[in-house]
Design a protein around this ligand. Structure first.
Ligand code: PEP
Ligand code: MG
Length: 325
């Protein structure tokens, strides 16, 4: 199937019964653009900005960040780009930040928690983002959000940066959509409330699985337990999609699950709007979507929510669609 999938990578992802979804790429910067575009990426569903920071010996200044974001947006040529604010902490440490030792870094000062504690770091990035978004299709997303007050606080800092830039006479993004990652069970459970504060959700199934199942995603001895096909995780995904849609908000998945062939019918059937994955997975994912009937996938999705184990889920989907195995 791979040859055909590559040839047709530029075609849209529309099911046989006419339902279209967005297939997007996860990227770390401008250098990923040629491969992503060749593979048919229609958008960037996750721009992991922390890699710009991990590669440096000191924090990149506003101008450096601005150029790097602007270059990435230009390389994607008007396609929507969801830029994620810094997700440092957990397993990603920055030597020049001198973060205190933590017993449980994955439950520690990470993502939006770190940014809200370190205003200069956060504001430098947000100023660069607002400037880069001027006349570009830039969407901003906050990681590791657990509660509404964090979204409000982050949006206040964003507004402060916008006012500063305007006062300095610098052009800034207008009407930039702001979303959050749903990767903490509390956020998934309260998604109906959080939806009031944002324009979109993107479900991070890597962390959502780790936190739902209490399984460290980096522990090789637990790799068989860290499974996003677990019905516990799938039920959370289903309820986040429903909660978002009830409030008219777009919902994507940018964790590894979005690019797993056996997960695609499930996520389609749950009503997912955007599938974001590593570029090499895009052509096959689009081809799989074109082989599906939305009506069938809805039944499959409802069935797997009642199952007991990840292997039951996988076996069921594989038996429905043997070509996915
Ligand atoms: C996730 O948690 O699923 C995700 C996409 O973010 P990251 O893998 O960068 O933590
Ligand atoms: Mg994550």
């Amino acid at each position: 199937h791979l040859g055909k999938a590559l040839d047709q990578a530029h075609l849209p992802a529309v099911t046989k019964d006419g339902h279209q979804v967005i297939v997007a790429a996860n990227v770390e910067g401008v250098s990923a653009a040629p491969e992503a575009l060749k593979n048919g990426a229609e958008a960037v569903g996750l721009f992991r900005t922390e890699f710009n920071f991990l590669q440096q010996t000191k924090m990149p200044d506003e101008e450096t960040q601005y150029k790097s974001y602007r270059d990435t947006l230009d390389a994607f040529d008007g396609r929507p780009v969801i830029l994620r604010s810094l997700d440092i902490g957990g397993d990603k440490q920055l030597p020049y930040l001198d973060l205190p030792y933590e017993l449980n870094p994955f439950l520690g000062v990470r993502g939006i928690r770190l940014c809200l504690k370190n205003r200069p770091l956060f504001k430098t990035q947000l100023r660069a983002v607002l400037r880069a978004g001027y006349q570009h299709n830039l969407h901003l997303m906050f990681p590791m959000v657990a509660k509404k007050s964090e979204i409000r606080a982050a949006k206040e800092v964003l507004e402060e940066c916008r006012q500063e830039l305007i006062a300095e006479g610098k052009p800034v993004a207008e009407n930039m959509p702001v979303g959050i990652m749903i990767e903490i069970p509390a956020a998934a459970l309260l998604a109906d409330q959080l939806a009031d504060e944002v324009d979109f959700f993107s479900i991070g199934t890597n962390d959502l699985s780790q936190y739902t199942l209490a399984v460290d995603r980096t522990n090789p001895n637990l790799s068989d337990l860290a499974n996003a096909f677990d019905p516990a995780v799938l039920r959370l995904i289903a309820s986040v999609i429903n909660a978002g849609h009830k409030k008219g908000k777009m919902v994507g998945v940018c964790g590894e699950l979005a690019g797993e062939p056996l997960a695609i019918p499930i996520l389609l059937g749950l009503g997912l709007d955007e599938f974001s994955m590593n570029a090499p997975a895009i052509p096959i994912a689009k081809q799989i979507i074109r082989e599906m009937n939305l009506a069938d996938t809805k039944e499959i999705a409802q069935a797997v929510l009642e199952m007991e184990t990840p292997s039951d889920v996988r076996a069921y989907v594989a038996q429905k669609y043997p070509f996915l195995n």
